[in-house]
Design a binder for this molecule. Structure first.
Ligand code: GAR
Length: 192
């Protein structure tokens, strides 16, 4: 089986994307990243991806979500992308888009879903005062930060933690489990 062709979508810094790109390049993650796309032309992660030799694409939402999603769907179809990997993509995908690529969109979220979905998972868990939060990798369904869970790992809030300390441990966990979860998922698919 050839390695699956993936596209990674980001909106910001792209540290998860960077880990995934490097894992693809080293062979640790058996996948081929065909392009890295963003809804933000100036996203730091797009420059990082470019510097790592990846093809980058900007999907403008200026003319609305429908037009942006049509452009993404076109790029996905034309490039025979098998999996759309969200790595800090902060746009809500429409039910129509999710339906077209049902089961083919994967996301990482910095909380133990179904707890604390949304754009501020770390802060919301912090403000709720939970002693344990974590990271979730899941298949995307029509609801925000929702769908079948592929991997989940707890991250404890420690005595004396600042939110920055907790955030740093969550990101470290994300960087470890996203590539591992994708590897398991792709390998299981290849065996089917
Ligand atoms: C990550 O923590 C990711 O889990 C989160 O955005 C961050 C992106 O960081 N995603 C969500 O909150 C999705 N609801 P990165 O750009 O450095 O990878």
């Amino acid at each position: 089986m050839p390695n699956p062709r993936i596209a990674i979508l980001i909106s910001g810094t792209g540290t998860n994307m960077e880990v995934l790109l490097k894992a693809c390049a080293s062979g640790e993650l058996p996948a081929h990243t065909v392009f890295v796309g963003s809804d933000k032309e100036t996203a730091k992660g797009l420059a990082t991806a470019h510097n790592l030799g990846a093809e980058t694409k900007f999907f403008s939402y200026k003319s609305g979500r429908r037009a942006a999603e049509e452009a993404i769907a076109k790029a996905v179809r034309e490039n025979n992308i098998e999996w759309i990997v969200l790595a800090g993509y902060m746009r809500i995908l429409s039910p129509e888009f999710v339906h077209e690529f049902a089961g083919k969109i994967i996301n990482i979220h910095p909380a133990l879903l179904p707890a604390f979905p949304g754009a501020h998972g770390i802060q919301d868990a912090w403000e709720a005062g939970v002693s344990t939060t974590g990271v979730t990798v899941h298949i995307v369904d029509e609801e925000v930060d929702h769908g079948p869970i592929l991997a989940q790992e707890e991250v404890k809030r420690l005595d004396g933690d600042t939110i920055e300390d907790l955030e740093a441990r969550i990101h470290k966990t994300e960087h470890r489990i996203y590539k591992a979860a994708l590897k398991n998922f792709f390998e299981a698919r290849n065996k089917k």
